[in-house]
Design a protein around this ligand. Structure first.
Ligand code: BGC
Length: 650
């Protein structure tokens, strides 16, 4: 009791002090500065959030680029979606089994994974992942060094996993050293690659700040295989794939309704399942197109349209990037850029509304010092700004996410961040409000554009018009989607579209579909009735059919599953080759009989039998001349030892 009597006045005085301090900090901006601030924020909102007409126009242009890319090879200028064939014509169905390693190079972090696929449908019996950060000198240094780094990490990981099994096998066989076959590796290489086979291709261009010379134009599998040789651990690299294809494959292994794989992380991209007939620039390798469908890597990061909602800060981010003028869609959506766009917007606001983001006494002193050492000009120097706010890269996307979803009392968490990360001196509640609004706006634009693009893809495939309607799953992976809950809601939650609905022209179909795409969620956030009322019968019918699923570590898992499938297919006797061999043998026998037949009638009969037998020889092995079909030759092998397929026809 006595203790309480001592502490109570102290605590009360402390609390009062904090309250008075906060109140003082929160003294409102002058009317004209508040007005200016509102105007600035409204302008950003208008510039960043496209209205209905703009969304419809973007969707149309997105679809036009998509179709053009399916029909013919497009210029690799970073301004067009490349619609790259993936050579994946048989997507996993959950029956794949076996053990596999995966190397997943997605960004400056990469993962190595070991997977054992069980006998049960879609069963991942064992899985182990390790994540490694690439030092900057590695992802900007010589290509060989990058692949040496990847190879040595993979080697150590594989050695750890195989050591036990080698010992077990040795014990079982009594041999001193058990010779295990080369480990099978799926290589998820998350950049634009023109594939020439399921395990070969060439890098078209670097993104995500990678600049290693000596890789563009070369085959990542050949480079990795050579590095693994140098490291003393040769492997069988059985599949080369984009991370979006990995996500699609991994989710498809679990859920056969999966039609789209999306990455929203350091970079962004999506792939989807397309009809072979629509990908007219590409011919599936003989014997591989039975499903009639294939995965296409859109490289949507390279989409560009003048209708993209951009502000001056976006132009500045692009100009400062290592690839100005390229991958402009990615620069509005991906984690690599979101924080920096918001920092630049906050800097503009700080300049236009003096006193909102205050420099620390140390920064103010440094600024005064700098001003004193220069000739005084006709206009007084501007108010000093927090030095970290002026520093590029000081607001990472993880901080943008934390600010956008800050629910702390008086936004104290954001105020702490503004002080620590951007160097603002005692930031006010108003300053934190503004930061939250800016961060939310930047994130929301990304979510709305991603939704627009997904809608465009789904509509292009004709899914929305299918009768009867069928469910579709969109599999997502990447840090922005995975770690930024509010962002996931922005894609899923109706509010980001409903807010705009009044501005939409009366019931345009794209709007309805965009709305239902954004509304779609496994656990709808709005009551279904409200949804139906807002969007009409069509949306109410379709919205519940779209599932958004997080495919955690999907790209690496997908790489392993596809590698397992590729090895199984390559090692199994190829049914079409067997058919061809049997048919050829039959035809040759019939021809020999025709030649040996003594009488003309018997010869004619035997010849007819020979021709009939030839009809069963698959066209692929018949040759183009008129002579007898050549014996089927062994397929050429690529660097992985798997058959290498014909290259993409131009
Ligand atoms: C690359 C894509 C990749 C995406 C997500 C982009 O920068 O060009 O190939 O899928 O990042 O990692």
């Amino acid at each position: 009791m006595a203790k309480l009597a001592v502490w109570l006045p102290v605590l009360t005085t402390g609390a009062l002090g904090v309250a008075i301090g906060l109140r003082k900090l929160d003294s409102p901006l002058s009317d004209d500065r508040e007005k200016k601030l509102r105007k600035l924020l409204d302008r950003y909102r208008e510039q960043l959030l496209p209205n209905a007409e703009r969304l419809a126009e973007l969707e149309k242009e997105f679809q036009a680029q998509l179709r053009a890319g399916l029909a013919k090879s497009v210029a690799v200028d970073g301004k067009h979606m490349m619609m790259l064939p993936t050579f994946v014509t048989r997507l996993p169905d959950g029956t794949e089994t076996g053990e596999c390693f995966a190397l997943d190079l997605g960004g400056t972090n990469f993962r190595v994974m070991y997977v054992r696929l069980g006998a049960g449908k879609g069963e991942v019996a064992e899985c182990d992942v390790e994540e490694v950060t690439l030092p900057q000198e590695v992802y900007t240094g010589p290509g060989d060094k990058l692949f040496d780094f990847l190879a040595s990490t993979l080697k150590n990981f594989i050695d750890r996993h195989t050591a036990t099994r080698a010992a077990e096998t040795a014990a079982a066989t009594g041999a001193h050293e058990a010779a295990l076959p080369d480990p099978v590796v799926g290589f998820c290489f998350s950049f634009a690659v023109e594939q020439s086979g399921i395990a070969s291709g060439k890098l078209l261009e670097w993104t995500k700040n990678f600049t290693c010379p000596g890789v563009v134009g070369n085959d990542p599998v050949a480079l990795l295989s050579a590095a693994l040789q140098r490291a003393g651990r040769p492997c069988r690299v059985a599949a080369l794939l984009n991370d979006t294809v990995g996500v699609l494959a991994a989710q498809r292994y679990l859920d056969s309704d999966t039609e789209v794989g999306v990455i929203l992380g350091t970079g962004t991209n999506a792939c989807y399942v397309e009809k072979l007939s629509a990908l007219s620039k590409w011919r599936a390798p003989a014997g591989s197109g039975a499903s009639g469908r294939t995965a296409v890597n859109s490289e949507w990061g390279a989409f560009f349209s003048p209708a993209l909602p951009r502000c001056l800060e976006d132009l500045a981010v692009d100009a400062a990037s290592f690839n100005p003028g390229k991958y402009l869609f990615e620069k509005l959506l991906a984690g690599m850029h979101l924080g920096e766009i918001a920092r630049r917007m906050l800097l503009t606001i700080a300049r236009e509304v003096p006193g909102l983001f205050v420099a620390s006494p140390k920064d103010a002193e440094a600024a005064a010092h700098a001003a004193a050492s220069t000739e005084p000009g006709p206009v007084p120097p501007p108010k000093p700004l927090p030095s970290k706010l002026l520093t590029p890269g000081s607001l990472p996307t993880a901080s943008l996410a934390a600010i956008a979803e800050d629910g702390s009392w008086q936004l104290l968490a954001t105020r702490g961040r503004l002080s620590r990360e951007l160097g603002c001196h005692w930031p006010s509640k108003r300053a934190a409000d503004v930061a939250k609004e800016v961060c939310t706006l930047v994130a929301r634009r990304s979510a709305v554009l991603a939704a627009m693009a997904l809608l465009a893809m789904l509509r292009h495939t004709g899914w929305a018009a299918e009768q009867p309607p069928r469910p579709v799953t969109i599999a997502f992976d990447g840090g922005v989607y995975e770690k930024f809950g509010a962002y996931r809601k922005m894609i899923q939650d109706a509010t980001c579209v409903l807010e705009q609905l009044p501005k939409f022209p009366p019931c345009p179909v794209p709007t309805l579909l965009l709305a239902h795409l954004l509304l779609a969620t496994t656990t709808p956030l709005l009551p279904q009735d409200a949804l139906a009322e807002q969007l009409g019968d069509q949306a109410a019918e379709l919205a519940p059919l779209i599932r958004h699923t997080l495919s955690h570590d999907g790209s690496a898992l997908g790489a392993a599953v596809l590698a397992a499938a590729a090895v199984a297919e390559a090692d199994a006797p190829h049914p079409s080759a067997l058919d061809a061999a049997a048919a050829l043998a039959g035809a040759a026998k019939a021809m020999a009989a025709a030649a040996a037949a003594p009488a003309a009638a018997a010869a004619a009969k035997a010849m007819a039998a020979a021709q009939a037998a030839m009809a069963h020889v698959p066209a692929a092995v018949q040759g183009h001349g008129h002579g007898p079909a050549p014996a089927p030759s062994a397929p050429a092998t690529g660097p992985s030892g798997l058959p290498s397929y014909p290259s993409v026809p131009k």
